[in-house]
Ligand binder design. Sequence first.
Ligand code: GDP
Length: 459
Amino acid sequence: MFIDDTIAAIATAPGEGGIGIIRLSGCDALDIAEKIFRPFYRESIRDYANRTLIYGNIVDGEDVIDEVLLAYMKGPHSYTAEDVVEINCHGGFISVKKILELTLKSGARMAEAGEFTKRAFLNGRIDLSQAEAVIDIINAKTDKSHEIAQEQLEGSLSKKIRGLRDKITEVLAQVEVAIDYPEEDIEFITYKELIEKTEYIKSEIVKMYKTADTGKILREGLKTAILGKPNVGKSSLMNSILGENRAIVTDIPGTTRDVIEEFVNIKGIPLKIVDTAGIRETDDIVEKIGVEKSIKHLKSSDLTLVVLDTSRELDNEDIEILQNIDREKAIVLLNKIDLEPKLDLEKVKEYVDEKNIINISALKSEGIDLIHDRIEEMVFSGEISNSGEVMITNSRHKDAIYKAMTSIEDSVRALSDHMSYDFIEVDLRDAWDALGQINGDTVNEDLLDTIFSNFCIGK
Ligand code: GDP
């Protein structure tokens, strides 16, 4: 693909800050910069070494707009692999806006969301999974999700996918020889060897597929509902969980302002606690939310924390909640263990496994660590705990791997059933194509647009 225009955007977040950055990329980036920039100590940007910071003024004719530091990075050694200019000006709204307008007036075009990263991909500097890692780094909620995205940016996933595709190519080559020379009945291609190789590829793909659920949780957060009738201690629990672990609070765009997502970092797992505003605001609101509405939350959550008051007997409201929980994804917290116990534990055990019942005192912050441990165990249980596995964090990748898995399973079956090599070839090719969608070797323009539209402008 030939790109012949130059794009510009503000690369820093809007708002007041020390520095704002305007970024230009494309074949005219340097010419545009020369038109609007006067270095203090030499004639032109061309008189300075590549990739150094140059001190000077941004000017509009005779008017000085701002005093800046400008960096020129000649392609292909730049973010987009094109000529890139970055202008570090004063922060706030006005400087960046004026300088951006000036670049547009001087021949640049306003960049679309993600277009810098898209160019890095189209110019072959990074593959698609690495481009997607960029957005994951920007959106990371905890150190762990950041770490996974960083590894993906460095190419861990790309390498894994390339390796698997190479292996499929090897098998395909053997299958194609068999198709082309059927009469030879070539000895070295034994069915056994082909099956072994294909089985191996299948097991690797299945392993990757299994990491997808954990990966998604680390990326997007574990949607968590805290349930319990009024006064059992939900707000107190929230406060002790949030205490040291509050990560990020976001308003969800397009919803009423009181729907707030709190991200809590539990051992690297972002817990997205939904509708805490309602729980925390006042007791009145808790009354209003009521059990019925809480149960609705429960249905859409990945994890439910049910709070019971051990100092009171179980009542119908408690039981109604317990009857509605999903055993696999609920932890029951027996709160107020500092008080005289009245609750019938045996009755609770009818609704939930013992390992998912934890004694706590929200007031005294006792037992909170046990909640953390149990959540960690639930997320990393079984095979997905093997560290060192390349994690699939993205649902698009998960879909592609699922397709590859289905096709490779078909080819294993076709091989075992001694079906015609032509069928086996088709299945192997499908698997090869599906994996190629992850690093972008086999994607179409529409998909690219969808992916990059999730980025912010300036990235
Ligand atoms: P919510 O209505 O479920 O949010 O409950 P709150 O968190 O507002 O707590 C209700 C009452 O129980 C408050 O007076 C809390 O101080 C008290 N409480 C909460 N947790 C504990 C606990 O672990 N022990 C004791 N003794 N009291 C608690």
